[in-house]
Write a protein that binds this ligand. Sequence first.
Ligand code: NI
Length: 282
Amino acid sequence: MGYFIRVLDNFHFADPAEEYDVGNFVCYNDALEHAKKYVREDIIGMWVHGQDINSLFSYYTTFGADPIIISEEPSQREWGFSAWDYAEALVEDLKNYLIEGTDIQTIYQTAILFAGDRHAMKNQTLPDSHIPYVVHLSNVCMEILVADRHTENFNLKLAVQTALLHDVLEDTETTTLELEECFGGLVTYSVQALTKDKDLSKEKRMEDSLRRIKECPKEVWAVKLADRITNMQKPPNSWGPDKISQYHGEAKLILSELREGNQYLANRLEKKIKDYSRYCCT
Ligand code: NI
């Protein structure tokens, strides 16, 4: 007993040849999360690639994917998830980022309290230190706030929330559904891209995350640059030479992949990478 997803295609409405089934989910929430991902990828992809916000919903209902969740139990076939309703809510969510609304100070407070609490529950600290992890999050956000003054068309609300929440899925028990309830679909999508996929081998994780970051708005690229700038400090004592040079190399990869995302932060990271060479033996 479980669920699967049937992906219909809005453009080929009612054409069974264009439908396909995916997944085999034991739990409904996993199926729901998967179904939402289809819609999020479509909506945000269309937006990032230049679709006007006011016609985004009708564009989605014409061309997007329309997943439905189906129970394997024949008596309760279609299960209540409407991709169109979800898409409509996502578009509203996006509009909230583009128009006046909550001030940035309130947005900052809400996100840092949430993230600070979640990381504190795990007793997470900075490496080799007793300093609470929230200091790292605040440092990343500080880079973002300064970068905002040097960047045109920068969506500060998205960037601040993504900066403060960027490790909450990777390091705490927070689920994507919960994050979405509190901060909306766009922030969740952005934090997901910054979260390494633990099912992949360690060597593949960064490459995979960078690929997903590059499908996101430029603000998410900026958060990744800011994260690495913040982390390019004296390495923890527990790190050996191999780990240090691997970290150095990874920073160069981040810079080369995401440079276009934010020139100001890219320049800062470039300088940090140069300074970090002093810790490398080679
Ligand atoms: Ni981080």
